[in-house]
Design a protein around this ligand. Structure first.
Ligand SMILES: Nc1nc2c(ncn2[C@@H]2O[C@H](COP(=O)(O)OP(=O)(O)OP(=O)(O)O)[C@@H](O)[C@H]2O)c(=O)[nH]1
Ligand SMILES: [Mg+2]
Length: 332
């Protein structure tokens, strides 16, 4: 699915219900006293953050969000019910600009809910106008309009897991394995030209175009995408075992990360040697893993054709991303 990262919508909160003029009827007394209730408040509009990067795409055909009107007041002093509030579901990482007031709100965490537009107040029924000098008021007021505005919404991607590596390392193939993504895979470098995204156990994996030596200073395609991994929680660094010297391939990319932004080097990382099925000699595989373990923490071998290896990588990724999340919630 195409990834849509900006959209304009119109939203209108509900109008308040009207207050009404009613009188109590008692035996032998037609206008015994005012009993018209107030109108209910109109429904307000909220933005509610969900972990679903495809939400904006769903709104392409539906760009108007209108909340319900409040109920009118009733006789016997009954007030109208409030209109139901309306939640607009938006991806975590959304920046929402009210184009009327020119104010911007952001959604940073799953479940965060912010008020966008207030529903109109309900009108007053005649009972509320009763006083010692006016015991039978015939006045009531109408409900107020709800607030309305156009909004510009843009999503700044906050992926949880970023797949990086040289071109042809097998990044997109693994993304497709672990998520419902169907990114294009090819046996040549730079198959991926735009980031692919996939949902993974409620997290987001992003797969960026291959990086090459010099990427940080503008070579290849990777440069403009390095910014997408700045806010990524963990990095999964893929190295094809087709490389004669996997450790060197690893160091090339690390050097580019460093050139671009030192902080990328301290992100939690998993190093994955890919295409293990192409290696005939199991001893060679162990040797390569051990070699990279000297300079990296978590190192695994994987093949898209080996379910056991895929499962091990799956477990390692979940553990890392969950651990990172706990630390974010409880402080460093
Ligand atoms: N034998 C084998 N081939 C693989 C494996 N994973 C990926 N490939 C192949 O490697 C080639 C590159 O795969 P991609 O997933 O497109 O690699 P990429 O890292 O996304 O490449 P770019 O988008 O160009 O950076 C394709 O021909 C895949 O079929 C694997 O585990 N084993
Ligand atoms: Mg790719």
């Amino acid at each position: 699915m195409a990834f849509i990262d900006e959209i304009k919508i119109y939203a209108k909160a509900g109008r308040g219900g009207d207050g009404v003029v009613r009188f109590r009827h008692e035996k032998n007394r037609e206008f015994a006293g005012p009993s018209g209730g107030d109108g209910g408040r109109g429904g307000s509009i909220y933005a509610l953050a969900e972990r679903n990067v495809h939400l904006l795409a769903q709104y392409r055909g539906r760009k108007k969000f209108i909340a319900k009107r409040g109920e009118d007041g009733k006789s016997n002093s009954l007030h109208g019910r409030g209109g139901k509030d309306l939640d607009i579901l938006l991806p975590v990482g959304s920046l929402i600009t009210n184009l009327k007031t020119n104010t911007t709100l952001s959604l940073n965490k799953e479940g965060e809910r912010v008020l966008l537009l207030k529903g109109g107040a309900g009108g007053r029924g005649n009972e509320s106008f009763k006083s010692s000098i006016n015991t039978t008021p015939k006045e009531s007021t109408s409900g107020r309009d709800g607030e309305k505005a156009f909004f510009f919404i843009e999503v700044e991607l906050i992926a949880d897991i970023g797949f990086i590596g040289l071109p042809n390392a097998g990044k997109t193939s693994l993304l497709n394995k672990f998520t419902h993504a169907s990114g294009k895979v090819g046996d040549y470098p730079f198959t991926t030209l735009e980031p692919n995204l996939g949902e993974y156990h409620g997290y987001i994996i992003s797969d960026i175009p291959g990086l090459i030596a010099g990427a940080a200073s503008g070579k290849g395609l990777g440069h403009k995408f390095l910014r997408h991994i700045k806010r990524t929680k963990i990095l999964v660094h893929l190295i094809s075992l087709e490389n004669e010297d996997p450790k060197k391939a690893y160091q090339i990319i690390r050097e580019e990360l460093k050139q671009y932004n030192q902080e990328l080097l301290i992100k939690p990382e998993i190093v994955v040697l890919t295409k293990a099925d192409l290696v005939g000699d199991p001893a060679y595989l162990l040797e390569q893993v051990a070699d990279i373990k000297k300079i990296a923490d978590v190192v695994l071998a994987v093949s898209i054709y080996d379910d056991n290896l895929l499962r091990a990588l799956n477990d390692a990724m979940l553990e890392k991303v969950r651990f990172k999340e706990d630390r974010l919630q409880t402080g460093p």
